[in-house]
Design a protein around this ligand. Structure first.
Ligand SMILES: [Zn+2]
Length: 258
């Protein structure tokens, strides 16, 4: 059973941690309240799952070219295999989210196994980058009360995404289709679920980024998109999202080896 008091206390800690820093010219003891960037700009949070992978370096170069920041939901087992790529993601100013160690369906596991999958990944990412993730995405979007309780215990919020290019479906994996799909689903304050392990998704990024940039969009991390929102560990965000990616909505996203 999770305690509401614990959750509230954790929420307060997390909110404090995510509060924007006071502006430099603020008077001592009177920090100025900064308006979150995405309240006044057209923001999109692009998210890439299942890495690090053989496509990470190319994706990072493309994101840099367009001054885009993104969020990478990485797997602990792949982080262990690719420590340098993991550090490069962080060095690029992108956000690392936790996507479990080995990509199991968490709803099939006992709480102790769920904890191990998520906690081992937290520890390794913190060891490599100096920062433990605050974001978690369950493989396949599959979550239940046990997953919520473990995420809350580890001070993680759940980020299932608000929309997707459906690049987990084999037949969708061509550049023209995925470019069109990304441009169709992209919109203000959307959290777009994609996979860096899908080569064609990475191939589609130059066109997607240049087109959306011309439309006035800014590409930000999920935490930046959520800035100003009080986050309760274990809960799903953004809560106002439309077309939320539902459970079972990404059936091919099972192996992490796509
Ligand atoms: Zn995945």
């Amino acid at each position: 059973m999770r305690s509401r008091h614990t959750l509230t206390a954790l929420a307060a800690c997390l909110t404090l941690a995510l509060l924007p820093t006071a502006e430099a010219h603020a008077a001592p003891g009177k920090p100025a309240k900064r308006t979150p960037f995405c309240k006044t700009h057209k923001c999109i949070a692009l998210t890439f799952d299942d890495g690090p992978s053989e496509n990470t370096t190319r994706l990072l170069a493309t994101l840099k070219k367009y001054k885009a920041k993104a969020t990478f939901f990485v797997m602990g087992s792949r982080v262990k295999k690719h420590p340098v790529l993991t550090k490069n993601i962080a060095k690029g100013g992108h956000e690392l989210g936790n996507h479990t160690w080995s990509h199991p369906w968490l709803t099939d596991l006992e709480p102790s196994a769920i904890y191990k999958e998520i906690n081992e990944t937290q520890k390794l990412i913190k060891k490599l980058t100096g920062k433990a993730p605050v974001l978690f995405r369950a493989p396949g979007g599959l979550t239940d009360d046990d997953v919520v309780a473990v995420a809350a215990k580890l001070k993680l919020v759940q980020i299932p995404g608000t929309t997707s290019t459906k690049d987990y479906i084999q037949d969708n994996r061509n550049v023209v289709f995925l470019t069109t799909a990304a441009l169709e689903v992209a919109g203000q304050d959307q959290v777009v679920l994609m996979h860096e392990t899908v080569k064609e998704t990475v191939d589609s990024m130059p066109k997607v980024l240049s087109t959306l940039q011309k439309q006035g969009y800014y590409f930000v991390t999920v935490s930046k998109l959520l800035e100003g929102t009080t986050l309760v560990p274990g809960e799903r965000y953004p809560q106002t999202g439309v077309n939320e990616v539902g459970e079972g909505d990404y059936p091919g996203d099972s192996s992490g080896e796509v």
